[in-house]
Design a protein around this ligand. Structure first.
Ligand code: ACO
Length: 345
């Protein structure tokens, strides 16, 4: 028996504005048939102008604390916010979110690993807990990709949605339900151009010369990303399961980064798992990047799909390239608040 970070609460929040494939087909050369058959996405949520990543993160964080049975006087030692779309280049969004939630003096920072961000953040918080530097942590994945999309580019504008999901971790032992027992992380910076917003950082500066219009927005080489996503999500999931000492046949659910239903199915197949183990909610939320795994977990929990003690493999892939996976024994969670309950496929 050893110390482990244990999941004790989950929360999710989606902005209310629903954008269907048909809505997009009204102004882009695309169709519900193309989007649904190539990606599995049928609708996504986009934040209204003025609503930020921090706004969504705050709501999801509050819901996660409530799900963990923590009230207004909650003390949390560490807040890690995984995001690609922070409220500002400076400062980080996490300290403001922590303050808005009422978490006084918590260590708080943003973590940028694009779509792998939530798994990276879980690993960072888990390490802090296992090292005895934090008794508990709030891990949030939140994004407003609608603010960085080129809304005239059909190859990316139809894929991404906004949202936030959050998890509360506390110190516990590695044999109890909720324990995070195996992680695997990796990256390959030689493939950085496959997923990028080229301008606005120190390489192509926001001030001192106008960047090309397209360089201000998110760009993705979808086909190359697809192949790499399947390979790395599969390999990383295998590595995390091996570190946890789990034979793959004992895994009850695979919660992958919700990028594309075809990717999720391929990962399940390559792991040799039954199609029923693959969890997906992207039909109604799209690809929400760092928010996608906690949103899928919260949806599945709210729908009662998981039982305490079930072995759940999380696996993600994103810009960088980055990838990561985690082995989670499902906890005995009380209520999980999402905006709506939906049947999980
Ligand atoms: N509507 C209609 N046609 C379209 C659309 C659209 N929205 N988008 C592209 N097309 C066309 C293309 O122009 C192309 O036409 P052509 O054959 O005449 O050239 C054709 O459809 C096929 O395009 P592909 O890019 O080959 O389509 P593909 O089947 O690869 O699907 C997709 C594209 C959905 C983006 C897929 O490649 C994918 O899911 N990639 C992985 C994304 C991913 O995993 N991301 C994870 C990380 S994301 C992150 O980290 C932020």
């Amino acid at each position: 028996m050893g110390t482990a970070a244990v999941l004790t609460g989950l929360g999710a929040h989606l902005p209310p504005r629903r954008v269907t494939n048909a809505d997009l087909a009204e102004r882009l050369d695309t169709s519900d048939e193309w989007i649904a058959s190539r990606t599995g996405i049928r609708e996504r949520r986009w934040a209204d102008p003025g609503v930020s990543t921090g706004d969504l993160a705050t709501e999801a964080g509050l819901r996660a604390l409530k799900s963990a049975g923590l009230g207004d006087d909650a003390r949390i030692d560490l807040v890690v916010l995984a995001t690609t779309t922070p409220d500002h280049p400076c400062p980080a969004t996490a300290p403001e979110v922590a303050s808005r939630i009422g978490l006084v003096d918590a260590a708080a920072y943003d973590l940028a690993a694009v779509c792998s961000g939530f798994v990276y953040a879980l690993e960072a918080a888990s390490n802090a807990i296992r090292a005895g530097r934090a008794a508990n942590a709030l891990v949030i994945g939140a994004e407003t990709y609608s603010t960085i999309l080129d809304h005239t580019d059909r190859t990316t504008a139809v894929i991404f949605g906004d949202g936030a999901g959050a998890a509360v971790l506390r110190a516990g032992d590695d044999t109890e339900p909720g324990a995070l027992t195996g992680f695997d992380l990796g990256s390959d910076g030689t493939r950085r151009d496959c997923i990028t917003v080229p301008a606005g950082g120190s390489r192509q500066r926001a001030a001192g010369g106008e960047p090309a219009e397209a360089d201000r927005y998110f760009q993705m080489r979808g086909k190359e990303v697809f192949t790499a996503a399947v390979a790395h999500m599969t390999a990383s999931a295998r590595a995390a399961a091996a570190r946890a000492g789990w034979p793959l046949g004992t895994v009850a659910h695979v919660v992958g980064h919700q990028a594309n239903l075809r990717i999720l199915r391929a990962v399940g197949e390559q792991l040799g798992l039954d199609p029923g183990t693959v969890v997906s909610n992207l039909d109604r939320v799209g690809n929400t990047s760092a928010a996608s795994i906690p949103l899928a977990l919260a949806d599945a929990a709210a729908a009662g799909r998981f039982a305490a003690g079930d072995r759940v493999l999380l696996t993600a892939f994103g810009g960088g390239f980055t990838w990561g996976a985690a082995a989670l024994t499902w906890p005995d969670l009380a209520a999980v608040t999402t905006d709506e309950r939906s049947p999980i496929r």
